[in-house]
Design a protein around this ligand. Structure first.
Ligand code: COA
Length: 388
């Protein structure tokens, strides 16, 4: 296998983006990534577009996006893995290079979720859990699914609504310093705790918002990186993925995600990581709901099972803590435009590793970062380990 590095990243402003069409939104990120990598779009051999697409008016967007971004003839596909779509795009670009099929490829993640109203978005989301056995029978929604995980975690480990609110407070505080974030303002613990219930025990501030946004990453082989004279590549040292049943009644418990555990184990093995908290400088994790971040601390082995609530309470995932998590605001406050999220995670990790994160910069010791992206309620799981 060839070694693969990320040589350019870009990210659009997240939020309600009714000022642009889907292609224009993608281009916002692609333009920045191409300039960052210092390459000519004509040099890109493969373009992979990740978009869930169920809320976009453009129903088969890969070709229109590639055409608008100047990659005509180089985009054979659109990939989809629910909320982990961006990671699937990144993985497809990665394997095309590691296998020797291409030397330079771009992964584009993009989503316009606000082209439909909240009720439609929630219904479409619920249908993507498991339509036949769950949505069709019970009208499930994603806040509802994760509420089930939150209730089980509270019952088994004594995790509290206050601890979940602390995840929201941290991530909003970080997003307040991120000019690309959907929500750029801090919230108090009281505000989070007094917000309305969406699906008990999850309240408004426990949920990621419905966002539009795009991100792009340009990947290249080691030989290509040398040829281009790129002096600051970020290497992909580890990749892990897994998938689980979409029929939640078949899951043994609701206090963690098997896909995270398995994807992390594979990525850690590939990157030679046995003590993640000691060997990584930052983590970008999938906090679609605050309970998801708490479960991620545990499933990624930052702490023991059941200790996630205490991890946030002790400030272990904050700046200066054991491992800063979601320094750009997470899905919770930066926003969660489904297809864009996984690529935006790579954007954040690369910015941190290149020490370009401005007021959100963490102190680097190991020059290694982790990204963790979940699709559905743990239907898909991806973990990448990046290193400068
Ligand atoms: N967190 C914080 N504030 C939020 C928010 C969120 N998740 N969602 C909306 N808001 C704010 C809006 O900015 C608005 O503020 P304003 O009155 O100051 O302008 C206010 O709350 C009402 O916004 P509105 O768009 O009417 O909210 P809503 O009730 O339509 O939607 C949710 C709220 C929680 C239902 C929606 O954000 C949601 O469905 N989130 C989950 C998305 C999801 O499932 N993603 C997939 C995950 S796997």
């Amino acid at each position: 296998m060839k070694r693969v590095g990320i040589i350019g990243v870009g990210c659009s402003r997240f939020g309600v983006r009714d000022d642009v069409a889907l292609q224009e939104l993608a281009f916002e990120a692609v333009k920045e990534a191409v300039q960052d990598a210092g390459v000519n779009p004509a040099d890109i051999e493969l373009s992979v577009v990740g978009t869930v697409g169920t809320r976009n008016y453009e129903l088969m967007p890969a070709v229109p996006i590639n055409e608008y971004c100047g990659f005509s003839g180089r985009g054979p596909m659109r990939v989809e893995a629910a909320c982990a779509t961006g990671s699937a795009a990144l993985y497809t670009a990665y394997t095309s290079i590691s296998s020797g099929m291409a030397d330079i490829a771009v992964a584009i993640g993009v989503e316009k979720m606000t082209e439909v109203d909240t009720a439609t978005s929630l219904a479409v989301g619920g249908r993507s859990g498991n339509y036949l056995f769950e949505f069709h029978q019970y009208g499930t929604t994603f806040p509802g699914y994760y509420a089930m995980y939150a209730s089980a975690h509270m019952a088994r480990y004594g995790t509290t609504e206050k601890q979940m609110a602390m995840v929201a407070v941290k991530n909003h505080r970080n997003a307040a310093l991120n000019p690309k974030a959907h929500f750029q303002k801090e919230i108090s613990l009281e505000k989070a705790l007094s917000s309305k219930y969406v699906a008990y025990p999850l309240k408004l501030f426990d949920c990621s918002p419905i966002s539009d946004g795009a991100a792009a990453a340009i990947l290249a082989s080691e030989e290509k990186i040398r040829e281009l004279g790129v002096d600051n590549p970020v290497w992909i040292d580890g990749v892990g993925y897994s998938s689980d049943t979409s029929n939640l009644t078949k899951r043994p418990d609701y206090v963690g995600l098997r896909t995270t555990v398995e994807a992390a184990a594979a990525a850690y093995k590939m990157a030679g990581i046995d003590n993640p908290v000691k060997q990584l400088d930052i983590a970008v994790v999938h906090d679609c709901f605050t309970i998801a971040e708490i479960m991620a601390y545990e499933d990624l082995r930052f702490c023991s099972k059941g200790e996630g609530g205490k991890f946030i309470e002790n400030g272990d995932s904050d700046f200066g803590g054991r491992i800063p998590v979601n320094t750009f605001g997470g899905l919770k406050a930066k926003g969660h435009p489904l297809g864009a999220t996984g690529v935006a995670m790579a954007y954040e990790a690369v910015k941190q590793l290149r020490e370009e994160a401005g007021p959100l910069q963490v102190d680097l010791k190991n020059y290694r970062a982790l990204t963790h992206n979940i699709g559905g309620t743990g239907h898909f799981g991806w973990v990448f380990i990046l290193r400068r």
